[in-house]
Design a protein. Sequence first.
Length: 408
Amino acid sequence: MSGTTQASVSPFAIRTVAILIAVAVFSFGAIMVLAGWAPELRDRDRAGDHPYSTSAIGYNGFVQLLEAQGYPVEVSRFKSNLDGHYGLMVLTLSPRGMHKALEDYDLQEDTLIVLPKWSGMTDWSNPARQKDTDLATEGSIESLLESLGIEATVTRTDVPARVSTPFGSMALKPDLKMQLLQSDELDPVIATGDGALLSQVPGREVYILSDPDMINTFGLAERENARFAMLMLNSMRYDAEEPIIFDATLHGFTRSENLLQMMFDIPFLGVTLVAFAAAILLGWAAAIRFGPPARETRAIALGKQALADNSAGLVSMARRETRMAPGYLSLIRRRLARQIGAPRNLTEAQLSELFDRLGPEETSGKTFSQIEAGLKAPAASREDLMHKARDLWRWRRDILRRSMNDPS
């Protein structure tokens, strides 16, 4: 076998490893994003009487109207907001599927309850639209009020020409019939001769709007209804900064507190960024620390290189590097004298004069005598020794180069 050994070769190219790492990081990030934000990516525009619906009986049109007017409005998906909130909470009820949730709910202050009026089926070809819509039964609406602990009777009458309100006489235009409430447990705020359109729980800031056509998408097509809806909400708020919150949890759009989303939200965002930076530094340290696998070597190395390495190690352990300056100067002087063919009977002083006549070092301009003066005594430190030895090595290199290129 040849005595020449080949260097250890990595089984993977740097480009291949970089691509593998990039794909792994991207895949991990995609999984984290989908795990944390999958509920947010789902389409919530399904037909129904909830704040996300853009159908005729939905309330997303009212949400957009408030946003366009600069009102602080939001759609809540946290059940915790039902138990305590700052702002006007708007609960839009549905004739089916809410009785159990309402039985467990305690009415909070600053709440507007919007009763249902319509019932229908979702169009399977377009889930955002309603089909076969008809008036919900009065009994289903009354049972919702019973779940809240309120005894009331639902009536539907012909739409009057004008309705007296705290904002003046208005020509309200609900669809088909006007839905009203009759109850001895509620104080009427806006009423006709047949019942109350807007009622209030006595002694509390809890209001009940009996006809949802005042604020749903279909009803807002009438300008007078939209004006009534805005004036009504303004009368229930303490100031212009108070937010308006539409609850969506009663309609099944509940969202739990997500740890992944909390990581990227204040006040946890700073900790997340620090952890991300630490991970990058750890990855970088691993990338530059590890290389191709090391070849197995002899327990006791042989050859000149091993002898030089061992000698250097012994000198370093003894901390005698700085005392090597005079010896290094003597070694270079003898080697250069032999290389240029100087007479052997010359003294050190005569050799120094001869070397000075050969010229200075090109970069620093130092002559041999100037360099020699710094190496006759031990160096002050390892760095000082390196600088002085490097100057001597450069001077010797320049001298040899000039002597080889001299045509004479």
